[in-house]
Design a protein around this ligand. Sequence first.
Ligand code: MLT
Length: 272
Amino acid sequence: MIGPKIGSVFTSGECILQGSVSVSVHGSGIPILMVHGFALDHRMWHHQIDAFGKEYRVIAVDVPGCGNSHASRNQSIAEMAIEIFEAVEPHFEGQAAIYMGLSMGGYIGWEMISRYRTAFQAAVMCDTRAAADMPTTAEGRRQMAKKVLEEGVESVLAPMIPRLLSDQTQAEQPAVVELMKSMMFRVPPQTVHDHQIAMSQRQDFQPSLAIFDLPMLLICGTEDILTPPKEMKRMAEGLPNACYVEIETAGHMAPLEQPVIVNEHIARFLQQ
Ligand code: MLT
């Protein structure tokens, strides 16, 4: 597989600022909203933007504080969902959209879909969970939030990379590792702090899975240690209309690590 080009613009859509949210729009058709994970930006979706940005209207955002978006201080996950929705909704042009989120992008998705249910017709949730943090996880986030302000982003984010990518990706796809660094190391320390605090306080959607009655595709890397297959499978069983697929040899970043197979699953789901 050919790895991504580093630091370049992968796709033709220009980033425009809608309020403080950077939005890039590609193609026309049914809208697909793509929301990236923690400390990343819209480039994590570049294979999906290239694959779906012709037949669909792909709308890829940078979460406030990441990529080209401006920071909004101390936002909750719910406030991020509202701010992003208000920025992208005009691009839906009256059509119900498909939500696509990875990890923290999934946390934002539960908030957004639950608030604006009729604006969405389907969702693809990658390497994420609906449950809130366990107390020990929340405490770890508070420690990271403190440390990043004292020591900077590389000291807290570099050790995350081996936990985000499978061993095989790290060994065989150096371009993916480089892209991860180029996204992560540009995120301001204050954003890392604020997003960790926001995630530690996010709502628990596990008891409300039944409200997410739209068709949903759940995708999980078999080597994902952050949101492991066992947990995503259990979540799929609690959702009224979900199917679940595992992606061999991928870690937490399945759409970036194994884009060909992930895109096949997404294409099949979208055609149903
Ligand atoms: C992410 O990839 O967005 C993070 O791993 C989410 C989290 O820390 O829970």
